[in-house]
Design a protein around this ligand. Sequence first.
Ligand code: TYM
Length: 354
Amino acid sequence: MSAFSPRVFSGVQPTGNLHLGNYLGAIRKFVALQESQDCIYCVVDLHAITAQLVHDDLKSQIRSITAAFLAAGIDPKRHIVFNQSRVSGHAELAWIFNCVARIGWMNRMTQFKEKAGKDRENASLGLLAYPSLMAADILLYRATHVPVGDDQKQHLELTRDIAIKFNNDFSGRIAAAGLGTEIAMGEETVNGYFPITEPLIGGEATRVMSLKDGSKKMSKSDPSDLSRINLTDDAEQIARKIKKAKTDPNALPSEPKGLEGRAEADNLVGIYAALADLSKADVLKDFGGRQFSEFKPVLAELAVEKLSPINAEMRRLIDDPAHIDAVLKDGGERAGAIAEKTMADVKEIIGFLQ
Ligand code: TYM
């Protein structure tokens, strides 16, 4: 048990359309957690410039992700919703973490390898340091829990490594400044400044796959729009994409074991399960033995039922940018107050004069 007060933090990049993977893997969990936790949800615009520097419509992208948060049910009054670049502590703490993290740690990140591709020398330095900024996002608020999809797991492990190294390297100073908090590390209790964050990755849709290729993650950057269901798709588009989704010729199995080696079938059953709040086993109890020609229309209907209200509310909010901007400004001010305290502590621990 850590003595840190529980706090949830997570972020979404304002790059491209939000899709069903973002919704089921992350945003839906954000909404659920706000019932029991103190939450901070961030539109990570500083991350958005790591892979591509110049964006035509960054402002509207930031507003659109914010609209999705609100439309999905996040309450920006009880919790904090803001865009990252408003709070300078993110970049400041990221710099310090660049000096804590080792180059080898960054070079091992699979997302960096994938995004940088063959021409690594030409990737931005920001893309390499991306996980350091992500650690800063989380630890600036000393967040204890981070809901994400499966693809962010490695970045969260690195966040833990950064916190552990900072706590160890500065343990004497942390104690001397009276800023330490008890952290359980296995059998021992250690005094540290940053919590060892727990990832929250669970449920049946931690990795939603492309509708066109069950071996690829559903992604904003896939050139084929048929590969994903966007949160802005209307009922007709959703139904058409599910109808065209790749499947195999066999009927659905009656148990999850029968989904092994059938990536597309597994994905569609997982999507159904997550949307209906059921386990895959429950879905297969109902649909085992049925053909995709029967399953797909029911899945489409469920997806439309769950996503249409969000879609409609997103459109309404996007038409009211002044409201969205006010939410982000207010959230930025409240986030900034927490961040300022952390940065003052960190500067004290490191030994900067302030
Ligand atoms: P991003 O913007 O790529 O994705 C936002 C969230 O959606 C999840 N996700 C998925 N979940 C299931 N199936 C998929 N196909 C799928 N695709 C995306 C992601 O796991 C993520 O939870 N680095 C992060 C943003 C970030 C962040 C943070 C997250 C920056 N700082 C601090 C948590 C804490 C990212 O690029 O997410």
